[in-house]
Design a protein around this ligand. Structure first.
Ligand SMILES: *Cc1c(COP(=O)(O)O)cnc(C)c1O
Length: 430
């Protein structure tokens, strides 16, 4: 039995929970029948130009024949096998490639199923490392406000305390140190006072701090904020000075999104631990990785547990690894630097008119990310309908209306996407 559009919507509303959604009379979700290139086709036949890349992921567009082929080839060979005591070519190849492409010093790869888990793994690595070093009291983290690192409890404890509703979970969340987010502006030189709070907190508490965790250069879901490589380099320097590890969460920024392959590259920073996810499979399937140095991996392995205490059931899933390898092939074969630079230029030009709108607070663009910040939080149901009416798929949150299109989007589609987004905003605030 095939469900028609009305049935789909009704049954969805009755039973299916969506991300950060109410189950008390939620606005209807839009049923998608298929996706191809940069377009989503709804079950009622309407086509939408996709501005979200399915939350940073679908960098090559949807339904890519090369990825599909790799997926089918792997599927007909072996879709899954346990990773305990077993290895396989897709995983080995992928690990090798990730080590080669990430900043120097990241040599050991731990695969997992989702970004949040990759962050849990990173936190656990940092704690186990200091335990193995005979400093178990270094068991807390420091982070910057406006961060987002995932929804599981370990990750949630380092998300922005306000956005992450820490007050709701105070009794169960690990208590970490927070300092102000870096000032906005990628080209802003870092002044001494910009790092003062981080420095004084590290000075006071470094004996209890295992790691600084942050999203390099681009803070995503916690505020869509861009900050300077100079600040990041300064923070990395402070970590060294106070013997605190640096965890770079590149789950959103990895694989070219901000204009460099990794956001850390912009600051020439070599983190001790790096989290990857989202675009790692080109948006095809959930997968993630946590990378660290040989020194940290060896230290952990020589500690009390004699091993790293983690092992997801679907760790190193061959399908996901094969798909990730295919996605990396596409990235390497493409001129993604020019694609992202072209999107950056296009977004700058096309979103610029919004600077004149009375209801717009700020417009900012970095790489293939464009953000329009409005003066008041939008009603998601109402604005979503207006965006869909314009033929674009954009999913705002709060005061942020933003796009991060697939890298393969052409000029014409980008113009339609941005035009539709600005018209919807004008209609909404009219
Ligand atoms: C999305 C995201 C996560 C969480 O990844 P999931 O796959 O949703 O668990 C963690 N960190 C950052 C920076 C992210 O953007």
């Amino acid at each position: 039995m095939t469900l028609n559009t009305e049935q789909l919507i009704a049954m969805d509303q009755a039973h299916v929970w969506h991300p950060y959604a109410s189950m008390d009379n939620p606005p209807p979700a839009y049923p998608v029948a298929s996706a191809e290139g940069v377009r989503l086709t709804l079950t009622d036949g309407r086509q939408l130009i996709d501005g979200m890349a399915s939350w940073w992921c679908a960098i090559h567009g949807y339904n890519h024949p090369y990825i599909n082929e790799a997926m089918q080839a792997q599927m007909s060979n072996m879709s899954h096998v346990m990773f305990g005591g077993i290895t396989h070519e897709p995983a080995v190849k992928l690990a090798q490639r990730l080590v080669a492409m990430t900043p120097a010093g990241l040599d050991k790869v731990f695969f997992s199923d989702s970004g949040s888990v990759a962050v849990e793994v990173a936190i656990k690595m940092a704690l186990q490392y200091w335990h193995a070093c005979g400093k178990p009291e270094k068991n807390r983290l420091i982070t910057i406000r406006n961060g987002y690192h995932g929804d599981t409890f370990g990750a949630m404890a380092v998300c922005d305390p306000v956005n992450g509703m820490h007050s709701l979970f105070t009794s169960v969340l690990a208590q970490h140190f927070f300092c102000a987010a870096p000032p906005l502006g990628v080209h802003r030189p870092c002044a001494t006072e910009d790092l003062a709070e981080l420095k004084s907190q590290l000075q006071a508490n470094h004996e209890h701090i295992a790691a600084l965790i942050l999203e390099p250069i681009v803070q995503g879901a916690g505020g869509m904020r861009f900050y300077s490589p100079d600040w990041l380099a300064g923070a990395a320097e402070l970590c060294k000075q106070f013997d605190v590890l640096l965890i770079a969460d590149e789950i959103a920024t990895g694989f070219g999104r901000s204009g460099t392959l990794f956001a850390c590259d912009r600051a020439k920073v070599q983190p001790d631990i790096m989290c990857l996810g989202k675009a790692i499979t080109g948006g095809t399937i959930s997968f993630a990785a946590t990378l660290t140095s040989a020194h940290i991996a060896t230290s952990i392995s020589r500690g009390e547990a004699s091993c790293f205490m983690h092992g997801p059931t679907f760790m190193g899933n061959p399908m996901a690894c094969a798909i990730a390898n295919a996605s990396l092939d596409l990235l390497e074969q493409s001129d993604w630097q020019s694609q992202v630079a072209n999107l950056e230029k296009g977004l700058e030009q096309l979103l610029a008119p919004a600077r004149e709108f009375s209801f717009v607070e700020d417009v900012r663009v970095l790489g293939a990310i464009g953000v329009v910040q409005v003066t008041e939080a939008v009603d998601l149901g109402r604005i979503q309908a207006m965006l869909v009416e314009e033929g674009v798929w954009v999913r705002p949150f709060g005061k942020l209306v933003y796009v991060m299109p697939p890298y393969v989007m052409n000029d014409e589609d980008l113009a339609q996407l941005c035009g539709g987004m600005l018209r919807a905003l004008q209609g909404y605030f009219a």
